[in-house]
Design a binder for this molecule. Structure first.
Ligand code: CP
Ligand code: NVA
Length: 294
């Protein structure tokens, strides 16, 4: 495993290995992790805002003995001031890893095609594999390491987060259900059970997943999207249609009162904050594997 561009590029074994390393590093964290990335630098490039991804990678590198350089779109001018390939060829001679949050997924593929150092997708318009690792970790915390036979119901937009979640579900033997409006179906090669009625979609769900109805870059479509997605809010009524043990996940940031209610976010079924914290541990597992040879 050289890069992480999409979950579907990983084998089930690689997926389980990254998750196992993440759990091990989390277990050992209180006593202090070994500085396995000592002397190593991760360059982090952002075209979009971030809280969890930025902090989890920076803190994760720090906890493993490495460091980061954060680059913004304005200063780098990627694809404008210089080509993606030239950027990557310069970076690979100076740092030991590159992570990038971009609009155009093809940029990540161009980086990976020429890079001698690991390239990590920190979210693109197509996928969000780092999020999916933390999602799987959170489900493992709840249901045990072996998730096969479990069911996740993703309610809302068939977006980047849904695509990576569907992919990791396939790797781990989890049934993935999507419930969303007809024009916002998830396009993916991973298996998806499509159930239009959200109440029916959550009937056998072990986890219910919400994400924003308006992803970064879709702000112009906000009014139209909010209208069409209205029936897909994760609220107490929807939760009542799910098994009692079902947990609620959300990648965050959450637009409270839109795709998820306060009562659900802050209620007993919610695991959204442990899920956010797992971004740190999942990222450390990934960094340890890609940059630390674990
Ligand atoms: N879930 C997630 O990726 O959060 P950020 O956009 O804040 O990084
Ligand atoms: N689907 C959202 C996820 C944010 C972490 C977006 O792309 O904006």
């Amino acid at each position: 495993m050289k890069h992480l561009i999409n979950i579907c590029d990983m084998t089930p074994e690689q997926t389980r290995h990254v998750l196992a390393v993440a759990h091990e590093l989390r277990d050992a964290r209180a006593a202090g992790n070994e500085p396995i990335l000592s002397g190593k630098t991760l360059a982090m490039y952002f075209e979009k805002p971030s809280l969890r991804t930025r902090v989890s990678f920076e803190q994760g590198m720090y906890e493993l003995g490495g460091r980061v350089i954060v680059l913004g779109q304005g200063e780098v001018g990627l694809g404008q001031r210089e080509s993606v390939a030239d950027f990557t060829r310069v970076m690979e001679g100076m740092v030991q890893g590159i992570m990038a949050r971009v609009y155009d997924h093809a940029m990540l593929e161009q980086m990976a095609a020429v890079s001698g150092v690991p390239v990590i997708n920190a979210l693109s318009d197509l996928s969000h594999p780092c999020q999916a690792l933390a999602d799987a970790m959170t489900m493992q915390d709840e249901f045990g390491e072996d998730l096969s036979g479990r069911t996740v119901a993703f309610i809302g937009d068939g977006n980047n987060v849904a695509r990576s979640l569907a992919a990791i579900c396939e790797k781990l033997g989890v049934t993935f259900i999507h419930s969303g409006p007809a024009n916002f179906q998830l396009e993916t090669d991973a298996p998806v059970e499509r159930i239009g009625d959200p109440q029916a979609a959550v009937k056998n769900a072990d986890a219910i997943y919400a994400d924003t109805f308006v992803s970064m870059g879709q702000e112009d479509e906000k009014a139209a999207r909010l209208k069409v997605f209205e029936p897909y809010q994760v609220n107490e009524q929807l939760l009542a249609a799910a098994p009692d043990h079902a947990i609620v996940l959300h990648c965050l940031p959450a637009y409270r009162g839109i795709e998820i209610t306060d009562a659900v976010m802050d209620g007993p079924s919610s695991r959204v904050f442990p899920q956010a914290h797992n971004r740190l541990h999942a990222q450390k597992g990934l960094l340890a594997v890609l940059m630390g040879g674990l």
